[in-house]
Ligand binder design. Sequence first.
Ligand code: GLY
Length: 387
Amino acid sequence: MALGTTGLKHWAALLLPVMRTVDRPAILILGGGLIGLAIAHQLARRGQAVTVLSRRRSEAAGFVAAGMLAPHAEALAGEQLTLGQASLARIPTWVEQIEADSGLPCGLRPCGIVVPFATATERDAYPTAAWGEALERTDLEREVPGIGPSWQAGLLFAQDGQIDNRRRLMRALERACAGLGVAFEEGTEVLALERSAAGELQGVRLRRADGEELCLAADRAVLACGAWSARLLPQLPVFPVKGQMLSLQGPIGALNRVVFGPGTYLVPRDDGLLVVGATSEPEAGFGEGLTPAGQRQLQAGISALLPAACRWPPMERWWGFRPCTPDEGPLLGESPVPGLWLACGHHRNGVLLAAITAGLLADALAGGRDAETTRWLAAFSWRRFQG
Ligand code: GLY
């Protein structure tokens, strides 16, 4: 039997109330930084409705970090090294997806990272030395033309690299998310979690940019508020570790490898911009601003690593807050609040770990959890800090 227009309206009227009761609210992503966007993107790719709540775009660690992809140069160990290596392996495909969905380049540069040492003994004792190529002084001079005289040995981690997080990746991810229908609420601060009598997540209370306060219903949300994550769930052991940075404009091609020195690293973009990081200041808490001591540390690092760069014109100076945990590993997966998922505490490795974090959380939330996902979520559960 063919239905006329009147018949269709009649059927729609009968069906709509039913559909409303079975439709689940969108998954809320609390935090519009790199981790939140990466999860939103993967969820949207899996057909999920997603809303990103972002307080202030500019404070996201994704705009602050240098973009190193450096599990070996950072000397990660144990499960954190394995997680970092697994994420590094996923990055080319992850970037291809973002570039395809956004039409924008992400600035992935598999350029290798050189870690210099004063002596070969220090080099050979480096925790990840087995994954690198041992360099002598002449090799160092070839890999890092103009390297300072105090470095006599090095390790080249050819598998490590960088991505242009500040200028490209974040924009591409935002565009990719928007193109897949992710809703954004920028300027929205999440004030509290709303929970049922049984403790389950029911939604969030938020304040919009115009000052309006309201509750948004949700039975699933991801806490990706970076260094601020414990403000919504105080039992989470997440605290800020401030980092100050700067950038210089060097000649194109003057430096091709990332140089990862003690206390200072140099990350050369393909247009010659040199991103220099970073102080590590847990004692600063959420104290904002640059300090003379922090900037002097970076200047001393530049002069020791690449003296010629001291004459390159300065471009920007900035600071941010790494989200740290007591063991410096992330919190991934379920939280003490049923319905609330964790993706925070990535410390120095948020850019590196964004790919695997997004995949794991999206698989878990969209029902595609396999044995590998289950294993990682157990290894990085918040429960490891209990009692
Ligand atoms: N990923 C390097 C840093 O946090 O300084």
